[in-house]
Ligand binder design. Structure first.
Ligand code: FPP
Length: 255
């Protein structure tokens, strides 16, 4: 957790304190707490999600400014389909709205959009807008904004395993070729570094089927702050905390 000194600093001071040499190469975020944020204010859950989009905008901008190479946001899980139909429909509408509104900004900031998850099950308007935005931003060389949509870590691992079995049967790979590096290439995130930092808002202490393979050595930052209240300041604090961690990857570091 942030020390007292850190939390007393202004947003700009926190941003300036970030060491560019030790930036996390990939930050993944479980954006939780939109519903609780709304409930506390006697608003509808949808209003919570709308407010959550404001945090998405702020954190994408902050990531571009501090030069985070990859930002992955958990926008919709496979399990989220079991929410009330009206909430699912609204989340889908909000996604389309977000993609339409943000395209110009993505182009200006040189952001390349990517998505992970089974997009074949997304409603047509969402899939069309997603593919259009991915196509339009495809040549951008700045930050990668990766949206997890209809995503499940278990399903991702199972799909990778099936594809490996198919390639094995075809004789494209042999048993001795199957190692961590090869397995990673069969995941949705192939070509991306694994997340160095995982942020989860609203205080829940679980992974919720998110990037199960890729988070093996990630550093966690869990904050009680609900996603609509999560600001640049907390984001910078999370990065600063990450930069103080000694990452051992299972090894012993001699003093
Ligand atoms: C969790 O809050 C949030 C979600 C399931 C969806 C996250 C979606 C957004 C922030 C908006 C759309 C995203 C993008 C990228 C445009 P919750 O509803 O589970 O909150 P609760 O746990 O308090 O009920």
């Amino acid at each position: 957790m942030p020390s007292k000194n850190v939390s007393l600093k202004t947003e700009e001071e926190l941003k300036q304190a970030i060491n560019q040499e030790k930036l996390p190469q990939h930050v993944a975020i479980i954006m939780d707490g939109n519903g609780r944020w709304a409930k506390k204010r006697l608003l509808t859950r949808v209003m919570g999600h709308r407010e959550g989009i404001k945090s998405v905008r702020a954190i994408v901008e902050a990531s571009v400014e501090v030069k985070i190479p990859v930002l992955t946001l958990y926008a919709f899980s496979v399990e989220n389909w079991s929410r009330p139909k009206w909430e699912v429909n609204t989340l889908m509408k909000l996604l389309v709205e977000y993609l339409r509104k943000e395209l110009a900004k993505m182009m200006n900031h040189n952001i390349r959009l990517m998505s992970i998850g089974d997009d074949s099950k997304l409603p047509d308007p969402v899939r069309d807008e997603l593919h259009y935005t991915i196509g339009q931003t495809g040549q951008n060389k700045g930050m990668i904004l990766n949206l997890a949509l209809n995503y499940s870590g278990h399903q991702e691992i199972l799909e990778a395993t099936k594809k490996i079995a198919i390639d094995f049967k075809k004789g494209k790979i042999q048993e001795k070729d199957i190692n961590e590096e090869l397995f990673s290439q069969y995941l949705f995130t192939h070509g991306l570094p694994d997340p160095d930092l995982l942020i989860r808002t609203s205080g829940e202490m679980r992974l919720s089927n998110f990037l199960l393979w890729q988070l093996a050595y990630a550093e966690f930052w869990i904050t009680p702050i609900l996603w609509p209240d999560f600001s640049r300041k907390e984001f910078y604090q999370a990065i600063l905390s990450y930069q103080t961690r000694q990452r051992r990857f299972g090894r012993v570091i001699e003093e």
